[in-house]
Design a protein around this ligand. Structure first.
Ligand code: PGA
Length: 250
C-alpha cells in the first residue's frame, strides 16, 4: 500500500504573519489526519520561520525550487544544502510555472531532480500537459518525455523514493479540475510507463494529482486507484481547506 502524500505549494504567497496563522491552524488540526503524509512547500525566504514552527511536528516542509549548483556565484539561487540547513525534507522540481515562466527544460529539471535526491531531499517532480497538448491527444507523450528525461539522467530506481505530481497545466489555478476519470487515466498511463521499465518502482512511487484540487473535489480524486495524494496550490493557503484535503487522503 502506498502512503498518500498531500503537499501544499504556497507559491509566492503569504507573509510572516499569515504563515504563522496558517501553520497554527494546521498544527491544531493535523492530529485528525490518520495516515496521510503532509507537507508544505514555502517561499524560501520563509523557510526559517516554517522550520522553526514545524520541526518536531507531523507536518513536513520543503522548498519550491533549487539550484543545480552547490554554491558560488549564482545570484538569487538556493542550493540543496541550504534547504537541508533548514531541515527541509522535500523540494518541488519542474513545476509548470518554472518550466513555462522561467524556461526550465526537461534536461534542467532532470538535473535538479538528481541534485535534490543525491543531497537527501525528496524531490516532488511535476509533469503535465498544456491544454493544447491535451487537445492534440499527446498527453501521455508529454508526460513520458518529461519523465524519461529524469529516468535517463538518474535511472529508474531513483524514482522509487521520490514523488511524481501529475499536474495538467490547464487545471492549475484555473478552478478547472481534471475529472477523477481523466486524472486516473493519466496516472495509470504514467504507472504503466514506469512498470514497463521496473515493476517494483512503479508499484512504490507515489503519484500526486495537482490542479485545482480543493476541499470539495479531493475525496473523489483521491479515491482513484492510482492517485496517491495531491499537490495543492490555492487551497493550501487556507488551513481548514488544506486539512479537509489531508483528511480525505486518509
Ligand atoms: P492549484 O495549484 O491547486 O492552485 O491549481 C496546484 C499547483 O500548481 O501545484
Amino acid at each position: 500500500m502506498r502512503k498518500p502524500i498531500i503537499a501544499g505549494n504556497w507559491k509566492m504567497n503569504g507573509s510572516r504573519s499569515s504563515i504563522k496563522e496558517l501553520l497554527h491552524g494546521l498544527k491544531a488540526g493535523i492530529g485528525e489526519v490518520k495516515s496521510a503524509e503532509v507537507a508544505v512547500c514555502a517561499p524560501s525566504i520563509y523557510l526559517a520561520d516554517v522550520s522553526e514552527q514545524l520541526t518536531g511536528t507531523a507536518i513536513g516542509f520543503g522548498g519550491q525550487n533549487l539550484s543545480t549548483a552547490a554554491k558560488g556565484a549564482f545570484t538569487g539561487e538556493i542550493s540543496a544544502d541550504m534547504l537541508l540547513d533548514f531541515k527541509c525534507e522535500y523540494v518541488i522540481v519542474g513545476h509548470s510555472e518554472r518550466r513555462s515562466l522561467y524556461g526550465e527544460t526537461d534536461q534542467l529539471v532532470a538535473e535538479k531532480f538528481e541534485v535534490a535526491r543525491k543531497a537527501g531531499l525528496k524531490p516532488i517532480l511535476c509533469i503535465g500537459e498544456t491544454l493544447e497538448e491535451r487537445e492534440s491527444g499527446i498527453t501521455n507523450d508529454v508526460c513520458s518525455r518529461q519523465l524519461n528525461a529524469v529516468i535517463e539522467h538518474s535511472g529508474i530506481a531513483a524514482l522509487a523514493d521520490g514523488v511524481i505530481a501529475y499536474e495538467p497545466v490547464w487545471a492549475i489555478g484555473t478552478g478547472k479540475t481534471a475529472t477523477p476519470e481523466q486524472a486516473q487515466e493519466t496516472h495509470a498511463a504514467i504507472r504503466k510507463l514506469l512498470s514497463d521499465k521496473d515493476a517494483s518502482v512503479a508499484e512504490k512511487v507515489r503519484i500526486q494529482y495537482g490542479g485545482s484540487m480543493n476541499a470539495a473535489n479531493a475525496a473523489e480524486l483521491l479515491a482513484m486507484a492510482d492517485i496517491d495524494g495531491g499537490l495543492i496550490g490555492g487551497a493550501s493557503l487556507v488551513a481548514k481547506d488544506f486539512l479537509t484535503i489531508c483528511k480525505a487522503a486518509g
